[in-house]
Design a binder for this molecule. Structure first.
Ligand SMILES: [Zn+2]
Length: 269
């Protein structure tokens, strides 16, 4: 290739890299998605059955009532609730929560143990709920595997594949990678959700800071929630900037006793 051609192509490449990676606005929800809302609900229900075979769901009525209450309170801070969200606690020591298509949201016992108060727990749940709000999982699934796979799963063509995918994508492996923009968006919308629902969004920032500090001591336990890019330091900074833009608000007191009771119960499991 001639020098001029090389220069031309490298310029084109640079320009497209610069513009191609332009960060989309985190407030913009509902981009192109091959999977319809109805299909996502059906897919989510199928995945939920598999997830609950693979993870031990905590069946304690008090813990269940508590996580339902926190989840429902957070949903009051979501502008458009288009999925029938469910909230469950699963027995898993890693500090994590995950939401699968259609709004089934799972909180690990390890997350409840690591949080110091309800606000911090709500922060991670708000992040996960907003991956669902923005429909990130189906967007990524079709990107990674193509729509044919989703269509096949909906038709119930391959039960083994469904089980394997549930484990690969949403289990410990966590192979469903969200882009940097998606993580930033879930953080951004999570802050808005907390604020509107009556949780002080500073809980997100303080919890990220704590996790970052603990990460060096025990990387394996916290890896999954933090390993996703962007870097935790950058996330904390972004979250703080978004919080600073919000009008000052007096948040109603959150019952400390109830959280501690649930935490103690979970610790004993
Ligand atoms: Zn995330």
């Amino acid at each position: 290739m001639s020098i001029t051609k090389q220069l031309f192509f490298s310029t084109v490449l640079t320009v497209s890299v610069v513009f191609g990676c332009a960060t989309t606005s985190p407030s913009k929800v509902g981009g192109f998605n091959l999977v319809s809302v109805d299909e996502e609900k059906q897919l989510g229900d199928k995945f939920a059955v598999e997830i609950e075979k693979q993870h031990q769901v905590v069946n304690d009525p008090e813990v269940q009532a508590y996580i339902d209450r926190v989840g429902k309170k957070l949903l009051t801070g979501v502008d458009k609730v288009q999925f029938p969200y469910t909230f469950k606690v699963v027995k898993d020591e890693s500090v994590n929560a995950f939401a699968i298509p259609g709004g089934h949201t799972y909180v690990n016992t390890g997350l409840i143990k690591a949080a110091d108060n309800e606000n911090e727990l709500a922060a991670v749940m708000a992040h996960e709920i907003n991956h669902v709000v923005a429909r990130h999982s189906t967007q990524q699934m079709t990107k990674q595997y193509g729509y044919e796979l989703v269509a096949g799963l909906l038709l119930g063509q391959n039960q083994n594949q469904l089980a394997k995918l549930a484990a690969d994508l949403f289990g410990k492996a966590g192979l469903l990678y969200y882009s940097r923009d998606m993580e930033n968006q879930a953080d951004y919308l999570g802050v808005q959700t907390m604020y509107k629902a009556g949780y002080d969004p500073k809980g997100m920032s303080t919890f990220f800071q704590k996790l970052q500090a603990q990460h060096s001591a025990n990387p394996g336990k916290i890896a999954q929630f933090l390993s996703s890019h962007p870097q935790t330091g950058e996330r904390i900074q972004n979250v703080n900037e978004e919080i600073a833009k919000l009008p000052p608000k007096q948040f109603p007191a959150v019952s400390e006793a109830e959280f501690q009771k649930v935490k103690a119960k979970v610790k004993g499991m």
